[in-house]
Design a protein around this ligand. Sequence first.
Ligand SMILES: C[S@@+](CC[C@H](N)C(=O)[O-])C[C@H]1O[C@@H](n2cnc3c(N)ncnc32)[C@H](O)[C@@H]1O
Length: 323
Amino acid sequence: MLFRADCLDLLTNIKSNTVTLAFLDPPFNLGKSYDSSKRSDQIATEIYRGWCRTWLLETIRVLKPGGSLFLYHWPRWLMDFGAWLNTVESVEYKAWIALKMKNGFPMKKRLQPAHYGLLYYVKRGGLPRFNVVKYKSPTCRHCGKLIHDYGGYRDRFKPYEDNDGIPWIGLSDFWEDTRPARHDKARKVKVNELPTHIPERVILLTTEPGDVVLDCFSGGGSTLQAALMHDRLWIGGDIGTSKSSLRRIATFFGTEETSPSSRKLLGCFQKPFRDALNQLEIRKKRPILNVRKLTNIKSLRNGEAKSRVFHLSKGNNSSDRKS
Ligand SMILES: C[S@@+](CC[C@H](N)C(=O)[O-])C[C@H]1O[C@@H](n2cnc3c(N)ncnc32)[C@H](O)[C@@H]1O
């Protein structure tokens, strides 16, 4: 379900303890404008901090006990939010993930920023979901050989080799392979779309098919696409135009809509809002029918996933690949 909505308006209408994963990639307060309205996202630091804390608390409220919260930002703000989240009793710190950035330009009298970050917290009071996720060991794009030297441990990865002999290795808290892939050329820089691999990896790590994923800054829809690809239910929202998200969905999954949406998804909303949603009729002139599909894109449904869930088989330590 996709809403054009302010994040706080959307969150207010969601019931407590209903969402399994919240993935949040908010405006960074850098003075960017995200859509044709030319609205700048820059506000005073204190106001920005207070605004972010408000939706963070609301997000924690709607998470199920054991549910996961991922916050994407740059280090200056992650330090601020992390220090504060550590004082919020209802959540527990899990990790700070550093994601390698595309090579930027050297900056005068400053260290060149080379990573963004993801803060990972879980809501206390329930068993968090956590899947073993592996990624393909990085290779040289010229010679195809492994970039990392696993030394004496190379044989350990033999059971996880692809047909081309490249091993899949367990995720750490440093993601070096999440820069835009070739098919992501259709990304709209204006809305700062993330490479799909980032939300996809988070979804595989912390949810199962049928779980509810929430992104209330869904922008160009990378989280929504990743959730759909892996059969998760999703609630997306953005204050700006929904066109980019709808284009993605139309391109990869088609323009068909269902109404009313799944009971489980509707069950996430407060009753008056749910009743209003139930009244909605899908008529002919729906926005998704008016978007132009992305061109020059091969199917991205499953083939190119950069991350896979591995399930431990009972009785031994070996794993078999699932998705
Ligand atoms: C960094 S972008 C998110 C990009 C998204 N993760 C993607 O991959 O496409 C931040 C988004 O937050 C939206 N936004 C800004 N203020 C908002 C608000 N008050 N409520 C909801 N969305 C807001 C912007 O329109 C923008 O699309």
